[in-house]
Design a protein around this ligand. Structure first.
Ligand code: SAH
Length: 223
């Protein structure tokens, strides 16, 4: 957290500058996802794979990677200066379970890697057991940015605030098009976690091109 606050002066990563407030607002809020993570069985002989979409200064991904060093965490952000900061933090903390990917979610979500004899190597589409995100837009937009990363049967856990229910209603069409159901909403000490479960593969047409999920959220009538 100290590193985040120090870097914040240079990079303007977060609006919160008081260390005590930062701890509860950011770290505890991120760690509320540990409960969801604990429910996912680790595949035999492999580590669980988690991706944090739009991680910014590393939230919730870095606190999760520290708390669960048996889990492999990918931090994804489109902004180069944030990725540079994240690379620096990963190195300073000596965390070997962190990977930083500097890309837009729309592009990484289409990246299927290379075909090998036994499966696929590299790539991000449908590669993760759990997809997390915090403060990256409303559910109708965020669902298209996150769901493509989850494997079939995988979970998407999104940290939301008071508007969770309202956003879920608006995202109904998007969830239907993306073959994903609402598994439940968990009330936590700092907010709410909307948990989604991917039922079937994401149709090839999603995610759409850069900027479209935000400009014209799926299943929401254009006004
Ligand atoms: N999750 C962090 C940061 C939220 S700010 C936190 O809770 O503090 C939103 C972040 O999402 C920004 O860093 C922005 O660069 C990133 N972002 C927004 N749209 C994105 C997209 N389409 N692909 C990748 N990153 C995106």
């Amino acid at each position: 957290m100290g590193m985040l606050l120090a870097a914040n002066k240079a990079f303007n990563l977060t609006a919160i500058r008081d260390p005590g407030e930062a701890w509860t607002r950011h770290v505890l809020d991120s760690l509320t996802l540990l409960g969801v993570l604990a429910e996912i069985e680790t595949p035999e002989g492999q580590s669980l794979r988690v991706i944090d979409v739009g991680t910014g200064g590393g939230l919730p991904g870095i606190p999760l990677a520290i708390a669960r060093q048996d889990v492999s965490v990918t931090l994804l952000d489109a902004t180069a200066k944030k990725c540079a900061f994240l690379d620096h933090v990963a190195q300073e903390l000596g965390l070997t379970n962190l990977e930083v990917v500097c890309a837009r979610a729309e592009a990484a979500g289409r990246d299927r890697g290379e075909r090998t004899g036994t499966g696929r190597r590299g790539g991000h589409r449908e590669m993760y057991d759990l997809v997390v995100a915090r403060a990256v837009g409303r559910l109708a937009t965020l669902s298209e940015l996150t769901i493509p990363f989850a494997r079939v049967g995988g979970l998407i856990a999104l940290i939301k605030g008071a508007k969770a229910d309202e956003e879920l209603v608006e995202a109904k069409g998007a969830l239907h098009l993306l073959h994903t159901s609402h598994a439940g909403t968990v009330q936590t000490g700092t907010g709410r976690i909307v948990v989604l479960e991917k039922q079937r593969p994401t149709p090839k047409s999603y995610p759409r091109r850069d900027g479209e999920p935000k400009r014209a959220p799926l299943g929401v009538a254009n006004k």
